[in-house]
Write a protein that binds this ligand. Structure first.
Ligand SMILES: C[S@@+](CC[C@H](N)C(=O)[O-])C[C@H]1O[C@@H](n2cnc3c(N)ncnc32)[C@H](O)[C@@H]1O
Length: 302
């Protein structure tokens, strides 16, 4: 974009130039990055970019877009630049304090809905209210999506990060669900009163093993919060204690659903079996066929 131009850039020209530039610089998803950032700059949809392909950019728009190009070129994820990410067709605010919600996490949501929707109205409730818990809420993508899909339930969301909880609270308010979710700060189940109360415990905890984390692309390793990703040497530093402690807070027949890394599912299933507290232990594949979710039920006789 260095050369002096007589005419202003049109949308299509700048899109082509930026895509080529990102390709040259090794930026991941060059075309999508260019489209999302240009649409964000102009405050229009990606489809509109093509409907208005010959619209010229004003000098202010060009300056804003150039600044975004530089940030993306340095590896910053598009979602942190725009401040938004879509999950389950809902728009979530994201900041560098939270993990950017991933499409494979929709498998965790659908695996929970599969069992809880079919039990609707049949669950044993505590004081007439069904309670559910998410540990490690981050942006709130999982808990807010589930709370919208299961409007009869009340929700508790825990995270160790204060800044992440602030983002989750804001997203809950934006999705008009704040009245049914209570957020608490703390380590795993520590902020809760003990006692079997929850019909569901869902968690997408940090599970990346350290050797894998060391090799992660710069876009992730240098920009997303380490405490949202790193799960110790084998990735199970947090999942293991949660599997062991969850029966203490789940109602008899309550569900535990966990997202895990590629290859971790058999180990986590074995951890669950060792406790003797779970039944119906199932490994559920994501859209790529990777065993991404482990779902199990607290035994009634445990
Ligand atoms: C992988 S992110 C998941 C965020 C969000 N639920 C999602 O799926 O997009 C894990 C989250 O767990 C939180 N976390 C890490 N260690 C924790 C702990 N010991 N207790 C509670 N939350 C923790 C992190 O702050 C982060 O927000």
């Amino acid at each position: 974009m260095g050369e002096t131009r007589q005419n202003p850039w049109t949308i299509l020209e700048i899109l082509r130039w930026t895509t080529g530039h990102f390709q040259e610089k090794g930026v991941a998803e060059p075309r999508t990055s260019a489209e999302v950032l240009l649409a964000h700059t102009l405050g229009i949809s990606r489809l509109d970019l093509y409907l208005r392909h010959d619209q010229p950019l004003t000098p202010e728009e060009l300056a804003r877009f150039k600044a975004f190009i530089l940030r993306r070129r340095a590896g910053e994820p598009v979602a942190y630049i725009t401040g938004h990410r879509e999950f389950w067709s809902l728009d979530f605010k994201v900041t560098p304090a939270v993990l950017i919600p991933r499409p494979e996490t929709e498998t965790l949501v659908s695996s929970v809905l599969e069992v809880l929707k079919s039990e609707n109205g049949k669950r044993k409730t505590e004081n007439g209210i069904d309670w559910a818990l998410e540990v490690g809420v981050g942006s709130g993508a999982i808990i807010i999506t589930l709370a919208r899909e299961l409007p009869e339930m009340r929700w508790l969301g825990v995270d160790i990060s204060g800044p992440a909880l602030a983002v989750a609270r804001e997203n809950a308010a934006r999705h008009e669900i704040a009245g049914r979710i209570h957020f608490l700060r703390g380590n795993l189940l520590a902020p809760l009163q003990p006692g079997p109360r929850f019909q569901l415990l869902v968690a997408n905890l940090p599970y990346v093993p350290r050797p894998v984390w060391e090799e992660l692309p710069k876009d992730i390793k240098d920009f997303e919060p380490q405490e949202a990703l790193l799960g110790g040497v084998d990735g199970l530093d947090l999942i293991k204690p949660l599997v062991q402690a969850a029966p203490g807070v789940l109602s008899p027949g309550g569900w535990l659903a966990l997202e895990v890394a590629d290859g971790q599912a058999p180990k986590v299933a074995a951890l669950m079996a060792e406790t003797g507290a779970y039944e119906q232990i199932e490994k559920i594949p994501d859209y790529l066929g990777i065993e991404r979710v482990i779902r199990a039920r607290r035994r009634g006789d445990y």
